[in-house]
Unconditional design. Sequence first.
Length: 369
Amino acid sequence: MPKNSEKLGGNNKLLERLYELGLTNELLNEYKSEIENYHIGRVIAEYRGLYKVATEEQDILAKVTGKFMKSTFDISEFPAVGDWVIVDRTTNNDGDGIISRVLPRKSYVSRKVAGIKTDEQIIASNIDTLFICMSVNNDFNLRRLERYITIGWNSGATPVVILTKIDLNNDLESLKSEIEEVAIGIDIFYVSSLTGEGIDEIEKYLKLGKTIGFIGSSGVGKSTLINYLLGEERMQVGDIREDDSKGKHTTTHRELIVLKNKGIVIDTPGMREIQLLDDTEGIENSFNDITELAKTCRFSDCKHAKEPGCAVRAAIEDGTLPQERLDSYNKLLREVQFIERKNNTKAQQEHKKNMMKFYKEVRNIKNRP
């Protein structure tokens, strides 16, 4: 095995495998001191308590250190698919590898965990482009698309809307104007993995070293599309149920896949719940039409209800803004504001707990003989 110092000269063959996975010289140089003693790798799959990490030699299984487990309370700080991590080995010849650190993420897709908790769940990280996939069958839902777009804007990646299974829709033109009204400032593509229609247009995003994340509900054709781009049946696919047009879960875990000379894709399981986090910026970007109108309201704190001089209400009355879009905007805003309040209460309780622990330690020191 080559000495780690030999790998830090920038463009070298020892790290070719990781360059294909998106490693940059900037990242390499920034963490030079750590890599001299350990190794850098990228998480390509996540299992229960274990991670598959690509290193310069081979893929290994690894787990986080006990110290990491004890010092990390937020699940979003644990490794996720797409993360760059520091590991202690490049083979599993002497057992599982140890992940000592997750390097800072340049972007990540996340959502609130299912249920009543407000914890953040990282779906995929360090992505350049986010493909928001939705099929244009009977299960198509414009309000759900708005939620996905909000997640996309929050991620720090470039969101792109991919409308799949266009071969199953005989009235696509009537949907296009509705989709374009909610996907403001976003590239939109209409594709069919069955016929290949439209797929050539999205291949411009496939570039060596660049990562594309795929999100969407079950059965919308994410895995089928990835198989088409791979040129092989690698990802398991499932059919849409004929009785309700809803899909079966086919991808059961997150996985990073290298497309030969075309970059990297991350497939994710279909989302049953799309719950947002406490970030209003994504909502403002997703509903840019409403936020721009709101700037011209008479009152800066206008709620767009019955206030005089409300530009948003005026747009609804003259038919340029659908009432359903304002309703969706208000609903998402209420969700985010609720989570913000809940997180503030949680932070205050944690601060109080830490202060009580600090005062207790001070008293113990004072009472020592």
